[in-house]
Design a protein around this ligand. Structure first.
Ligand SMILES: CC(C)(COP(=O)(O)OP(=O)(O)OC[C@H]1O[C@@H](n2cnc3c(N)ncnc32)[C@H](O)[C@@H]1OP(=O)(O)O)[C@@H](O)C(=O)NCCC(=O)NCCS
Length: 137
């Protein structure tokens, strides 16, 4: 298993999303989004993309998106490795005296996976609910 930084290409991105039954978005919009990533991880086994994770944000507020491990490779620790690498990037890039808030939206039922990595569910004592609005054209 090999882990590559900032090597995630559109083709692998779309294939990995498909492998877990996620829809793919408009190709041009997706290509632009990938270019704007802060940091990505691509996992390759025997020449095939088997996992990925992506970080977007401005270094004060960062968001983890597109964490996917292809079904045949799940439950072997790859998802945790991807997350640890994304979190290590954030840790390294948070300056002394600084603070970075890292957000993500867990798929239903995947909250436990993120809790073991130190994420807290919201709402909680300090925050209201996470909210989102989607635009479609
Ligand atoms: C969520 C996802 C990324 C996790 O990836 P993964 O590689 O299976 O993750 P890990 O193997 O690191 O951990 C998953 C579970 O397997 C367990 N596990 C890890 N290594 C294991 C091993 N060698 N043997 C058995 N179980 C193991 C972990 O304890 C963890 O348990 P949990 O489900 O109770 O949290 C993956 O299931 C996935 O891509 N799902 C579809 C897309 C998705 O939902 N993405 C998340 C978006 S929010």
């Amino acid at each position: 298993m090999e882990y590559f930084e900032n090597a995630l290409r559109l083709e692998d991105y779309r294939k990995l999303r498909e492998s877990v039954g996620w829809l793919n978005f408009n190709e041009e919009q997706t290509a632009r989004a990938l270019c704007r990533s802060l940091y990505t991880i691509l996992v390759v086994s025997e020449g095939q993309a088997v996992g990925m994770g992506r970080l977007i944000g401005d270094g004060v507020y960062d968001t983890i998106v597109d964490v996917v491990v292809a079904p045949d490779y799940q439950k072997a620790g790859i998802g945790t490795q991807i997350m640890n690498r994304l979190l290590a990037y954030i840790e390294e890039n948070t300056p002394a005296g600084g603070r970075t808030s890292v957000q993500l939206i867990a798929e239903k039922g995947k909250e436990g996976f993120y809790k073991t990595l130190g994420f807290q569910e919201i709402p909680n004592a300090h925050c209201g609910s996470g909210m989102r609005k989607i635009f479609r054209k």
